[in-house]
Write a protein that binds this ligand. Structure first.
Ligand code: RFL
Ligand code: PHB
Length: 395
């Protein structure tokens, strides 16, 4: 098979890129190694920036989103048993939206299927070759049959465990990385949220985060050590710790209930720079990982796809190569802004050392956020999403 762009991975980055290319008449194939059910049911992100919602709406994916998303003005921070609401909407006129990543992925899959363009699930032995030429090749097999795709470009959208991030030869890219000695234990529970919007609790012993997926479903997280064994965390132990870290003098205690999903996510930061080698472009988690504090990962995947679709639009419409050459330098500043934001939030909200001096520093930062209008202006700029580096379509 021959096509213009071969996209590896059907997560938010790959599927949104495929859609934005299709809208510009650019032909692609999306190759995913998991099943459709697996991809649609994977529990992950939940918070969309205003700019991401604007993009999804612009590209025709706003119907279910606007009908079902919870629209938030900001979030709560709790520390020293007191709860503070940061009304960032009041400062910027913008919002964040609670809409599960699985819903975003479902909408994108439906949109792809409606185009009739190729979307392959359960592909095995996905391999990419020839990225240092202008005719790269992707091979994969389904049901023991092997297929070959000859493309102009390969979009590596296969996440943090995929193959694409390893393809550039040593020395061609730099890998910046930082890992934290901790993880988030995440649950989904059939309980009502304790606050109307998400709440970060900065307890001296570590973060608890109380988010939601609907009026009767909560998504909550606990900071735990990196070597945590999930089997050692019974429902009772999880609720006890969530309750302890979120105790306050101004709100009733959390509601407890049935936990129907649990997982562990390690905290780390990584950026591969440049995000391109030859005819291979890296997008989303394949190019960069941010710690989940601040909810930036999915939003960055969408902004990378927007930048690359714009560059490919320019190339196929008028033969321009300059946007493609600048893909990485265009996308990276927004990536580093998100890294800086997530790192700052992570430091203030987690227990990163047991030196009491460090808790005093955290408290000083938290007090700035809840009392300073200037700090809240700055917070709202980044939390609701810095502008995308390019429009989604080519003007
Ligand atoms: P994905 O979603 O990982 O998709 C990659 C896809 O590639 C497939 N794949 C392959 N396909 C073919 N061949 C191979 N060899 C392949 N190897 C892998 C995979 O099966 C998969 O379908 O990456 P993408 O598209 O870059 O999207 C990134 C986001 O998923 C990620 O950044 C977010 O989930 C991060 N994140 C959050 N982001 C937000 O914007 N808001 C949030 O509220 C938020 N909360 C979170 C998060 C991530 C978390 N975890 C689990 C780390 C909360 C948590 C706990
Ligand atoms: C979520 O709802 O999953 C969520 C909320 C806030 C974060 C990260 C994840 O910072």
């Amino acid at each position: 098979m021959r096509c213009q762009v071969a996209i590896i991975g059907a997560g938010p980055a790959g599927l949104s890129l495929a859609h934005m290319l299709h809208l510009q008449g650019i032909d692609s194939i999306v190759i995913e190694h998991r099943s459709r059910d697996y991809v649609e049911q994977r529990v992950r992100a939940g918070i969309l920036e205003q700019v991401s919602v604007d993009l999804l709406t612009d590209i025709g994916l706003g119907d279910r989103l606007h009908a079902n998303a919870m629209v938030h003005d900001g979030f709560y921070i709790r520390f020293d048993r007191q709860t503070h609401h940061l009304n960032l909407h009041a400062r910027s006129g913008r919002h964040s939206y609670v809409y599960g990543q699985s819903e975003v992925v479902h909408d994108l899959i439906e949109a792809r299927i409606a185009t009739g363009r190729p979307l392959v699930f359960s592909a095995e032995d996905v391999a990419v070759s020839g990225i240092d030429t202008d005719r790269p090749t992707v091979t994969y097999s389904v049901d023991q049959q092997t297929f070959e795709v000859n493309a102009d470009f390969v979009a590596g959208c296969d996440g943090s465990q995929g193959v694409c991030r390893t393809l550039a030869p040593a020395g061609a890219v730099t890998r910046y990385a930082h890992s934290y000695p901790m993880a988030w234990l995440g649950i989904l529970a059939r309980t009502a949220p304790v606050t109307a919007e998400g709440m970060y609790c900065a307890h001296p012993d570590g973060l608890s985060l109380h988010s939601m997926r609907g009026p009767n479903i909560t998504r909550q997280y606990l900071q735990v050590p990196a070597d945590t064994d999930l089997r050692e965390w019974s429902d009772e132990r999880i609720w006890k710790e969530l309750l302890r870290r979120s105790e306050s003098d101004d709100h009733p205690a959390l509601e407890t209930g049935e936990i129907f999903d649990r997982s562990l996510a390690h905290l780390r930061s990584e950026v591969i720079q440049p995000m391109q080698y030859g005819s291979l472009f890296l997008l989303g988690d394949a190019a960069h990982i941010v710690p989940p504090t601040g909810a930036k990962g999915l939003n960055l995947a969408l902004s990378d796809a927007c930048v690359l679709s714009h560059a490919l639009g320019g190339f196929y419409r008028s033969g321009r190569t300059d946007f493609l050459e600048r893909y990485s330098t265009t996308a990276l500043p927004r990536v580093w802004q998100a890294q800086a934001f997530s790192t700052k939030l992570t430091a203030a909200l987690h227990q990163l050392s047991d030196n009491p001096f460090d808790y005093e520093l955290r408290r000083a930062q938290l007090q700035r956020w809840v009392t300073s209008e200037a700090e809240q202006d700055a917070m709202s700029e980044v939390y609701f999403g810095l502008p995308f580096p390019t429009p989604w379509n080519f003007h």
